[in-house]
Design a protein around this ligand. Structure first.
Ligand code: PLP
Length: 446
């Protein structure tokens, strides 16, 4: 098993001939070759050179929350596809889709109760945005509410609506002007921000900024504010506890719906079913995808309150593969495994263990400014100067990630930070190994 194929060169060549590499830096891909993976087991991935890596990213997309080689989920998908693979949307559901919606409503914060299945994160965000706009129109009082406020460095996806509330990765600029009516405001960041403020006062300032932006745009024009509970850009930006309560209050005061985008955080990543739980915040609409199926089937969803969906006589939005039987079976089985095996508690406890291990292994490093994390989502923020917290202008972070890869551990460079998002099932021995390799790579590059 996992033996490297003999025709690596031909496969690499064919990849260049026939594939598009989304968001890849093509000079680097041409230099280093594409990554072709041939097998995975537990938290290990094997490439077509026969090299095996400890995958501390749950795949490049952070979706593979149960790692690799799970047999229960594929079996459940197979059984459902053979029984009834798909029937369509509107008022048609494969039977287990209804039970899954009920289960997720039970896991979601507070009053979030009614859910629309889609095929991924961007579609979930599109659904949330349209739901917010249509609610404002159908409810009356805000018939022209086409504006949505988002945040600097947000990532909400690549389809045109989701892209329009996205700032991170430069994906937005090639599609300007996107969907009109979006504005961006600052969001809380840890360790450094453009105004040199401490974390909590800066979070207060960011919340106050939202209110001013709503007033500036005209509250009657603003449908929604969208935020990731923990922003990914520049590494796991956990907001201070004062942020979301203020955001909730401000949205309520102005009749602006709060969309919480849990696409990357949902289904256990932070040691809770949803990251909103850590901050005591309930969105009016919440999105999810990625780890919903542990990466075994493309699926997402947007969930909202009963009052919101009941205000809308006909939701004018549809995707062909909403509630596909394969995704329904995968998500249902993933949730059952997480409940049976204590996966979320493992993510919480082992995540804390990993954070402690990284913090002590990196203490005193001249280039590490901050080590932070929640559950199995961690980041190391680098600095060229601890006094000024200046970030590196060069490729230092990428060099650390490459050094770790050379030593057999996969991590990711994300702006000024290095990120790790291990599968939720990762053991303490595996986390010890990842912490050792991280410390060695940081020492080598410093
Ligand atoms: N929202 C968030 C917070 C994400 O992290 C992502 C993807 O990384 C998306 C939305 C888009 O999801 P997808 O790539 O499945 O369309």
């Amino acid at each position: 098993m996992n033996k490297p194929p003999e025709n690596i060169e031909a496969i690499n060549q064919a990849a260049f001939e026939h594939c598009i590499f989304p968001l890849a830096e093509m000079d680097a891909v041409r230099r280093d070759g594409p990554h072709i993976w041939v097998g995975g087991q537990g938290v290990e991935l094997t490439d077509n050179n026969g090299r095996t890596f400890l995958d501390m990213m749950s795949s490049h997309t952070r979706a593979n929350s149960l790692g690799y080689g799970n047999e229960e989920i594929p079996r459940a998908i197979y059984d459902q596809l053979v029984k009834l693979h798909y029937v369509g949307t509107v008022d048609n559901f494969v039977e287990p889709a209804v039970a899954l919606a009920e289960t997720i409503a039970g896991l979601a914060p507070g009053r979030l109760s009614n859910l629309m299945f889609v095929s991924g994160g961007s579609e979930a965000v599109e659904t949330a945005l349209k739901l917010a706009k249509q609610y404002q129109i159908d409810k009356g009082g805000k018939p022209r509410a086409y504006k949505v406020i988002s945040r600097w460095n947000a990532y909400h996806g690549s389809t045109m609506g989701a892209l329009s509330v996205t700032d991170w990765l430069g994906t937005r600029h090639v599609s300007e002007p996107g969907v009109p009516g979006t504005s961006l405001i600052p969001g809380p960041t840890r360790y450094r921000n453009p105004f040199g403020m401490e974390d909590e006062p800066y979070a207060d300032f960011c919340a106050a900024y939202l209110e001013q932006q709503i007033i500036h745009e005209g509250p009657e024009n603003v449908a929604a504010f969208i935020a990731e509970p923990i922003m990914q850009a520049h590494g796991v930006q956990i907001p201070p506890p004062n942020y979301f309560p203020k955001i909730r209050e401000i949205c309520d005061r102005h009749g602006v719906l709060l969309i919480i985008d849990e696409v990357i955080t949902g289904f256990g990543r932070t040691g809770a079913w949803f990251a909103s739980e850590h901050f005591g915040v309930e969105g009016d609409i919440m999105t999810m995808a990625k780890a919903m199926t542990a990466g075994y089937f493309p699926m997402g969803a947007a969930i909202t309150r009963k009052e919101i969906i009941e205000t809308i006589p006909m939701f004018r939005h549809v995707h062909t593969f909403s509630g596909h039987g394969g995704g329904v079976a995968a998500a249902t089985t993933n949730i059952a495994i997480c409940q049976r095996d204590g996966v979320i508690a493992n993510a919480r406890d082992n995540g804390r263990y990993f954070l402690d291990a990284l913090q002590s292994a990196l203490a005193g490093s001249p280039i590490v400014g901050d080590v932070r994390g929640l559950g199995m989502w961690l980041a190391i923020e680098f600095t060229a100067d601890k006094a000024t917290r200046q970030h590196f202008a060069d490729d230092t972070v990428k060099a650390v990630v490459q050094r770790m890869k050379d030593m057999g551990v996969l991590s990711s460079a994300i702006g000024n930070a290095m990120e790790m998002a291990p599968p939720l099932i990762t053991t303490r021995d595996q986390l010890d190994r990842a912490a050792e390799v991280t410390a060695e790579a940081v020492r080598d590059i410093a």
